[in-house]
Design a protein around this ligand. Structure first.
Ligand SMILES: CC(C)(COP(=O)(O)OP(=O)(O)OC[C@H]1O[C@@H](n2cnc3c(N)ncnc32)[C@H](O)[C@@H]1OP(=O)(O)O)[C@@H](O)C(=O)NCCC(=O)NCCS
Length: 254
């Protein structure tokens, strides 16, 4: 019998892999990372339709970057699944540190799936935005706020979370990331991690990303001019925020 602590994840009967099915795009699922994703990740993170709007991944994005990234994202997934397994017999659903599923895949009619992208929910670690006077604060002040956010215990409603995502260009504009974020937020982040506050950002001009956030109830709270030079250009940054206390749960959320 599947471990009830996986709820609402399902388990692929063929592979035993847990997955979360999107609320609207029923043929799209989120799963744990697989090492076989590395070539696709390299392909998309070298595509200017994707990488130009991302500050993290370097260009060119090489095998060594993808392998290091795979370690970074697979460890929390494995640890969370281990915690869920250890709690198998507990009567109530436990609150967990991470989301064990994050890789976006399209399931084909024959049951095989295709890598489509990635969404990560991580503790916010941008001191310039976390500290109250962050843009002026010194490094020590910024580090103090970042460390406090990282050290908060699992399930603490004061944790500020952040989101990073990308989707294969072939699938842009079909409402997939809007659905991915809604599903991640309401089917896992809120009920299973106790996520209550999120602060994310997108470069000015990234209309698609801002719309994904707005359609999920995020509000643009500020725009920071001359945030950083990324991929050779000075960027302005839109900051978007979400707060559970004022959020309107979409239908189907408990
Ligand atoms: C941003 C991104 C994740 C959006 O995903 P998506 O699945 O294409 O978005 P959706 O289809 O759910 O669209 C949501 C809204 O954005 C709009 N949109 C999507 N892509 C767009 C684009 N390239 N240009 C303008 N608008 C776009 C849609 O029309 C829709 O708007 P609406 O609500 O007014 O109808 C995707 O384009 C992407 O991966 N971009 C490159 C990486 C990136 O920017 N990541 C986010 C970093 S902050």
């Amino acid at each position: 019998m599947a471990n009830p602590q996986l709820h609402p994840l399902e388990v692929n009967p063929r592979t035993g892999e847990p997955f979360l099915r999107l609320r609207k795009h029923k043929n799209v699922i989120l799963t744990p990372p697989r090492s076989s994703d590395i070539p696709e990740n390299i392909r998309y993170l070298n595509d200017p339709h994707v990488n130009d709007m991302l500050s993290g991944p370097p260009v060119p994005y090489l095998l060594e970057h993808a392998e290091a990234w795979y370690k970074v994202i697979s460890t929390p997934s494995e640890e969370t699944l281990a915690a869920i397994e250890a709690a198998r017999d507990m009567p109530d659903l436990i609150t967990v540190r991470h989301c064990p599923v994050r890789v976006i895949r399209e399931v084909k009619e024959d049951g095989e799936d295709v890598f489509l992208g990635d969404i990560g929910l991580l503790r916010f670690d941008e001191g310039r935005l976390l500290a109250p006077d962050g843009l002026q604060a010194d490094d020590e002040q910024k580090a103090k706020y970042v460390n406090a956010n990282i050290e908060r215990p699992v399930g603490d409603p004061e944790i500020v979370w952040s989101i990073g995502d990308y989707l294969a260009p072939s699938h842009h504009g079909r409402g997939i990331m809007t659905d991915v974020l809604e599903t991640l937020l309401w089917d896992w982040a809120v009920p299973r991690m106790g996520v209550r506050r999120i602060c994310a950002s997108a470069f000015e001009g990234n209309h698609g990303s801002i719309r994904v956030f707005e359609r999920n109830g995020f509000t643009v709270t500020k725009t920071v001019e001359n945030w950083a030079v990324v991929k050779g250009r000075m960027r302005n940054l839109h900051v978007v925020e979400w707060d559970y206390s004022t959020a309107v749960p979409p239908s189907g959320s408990s």
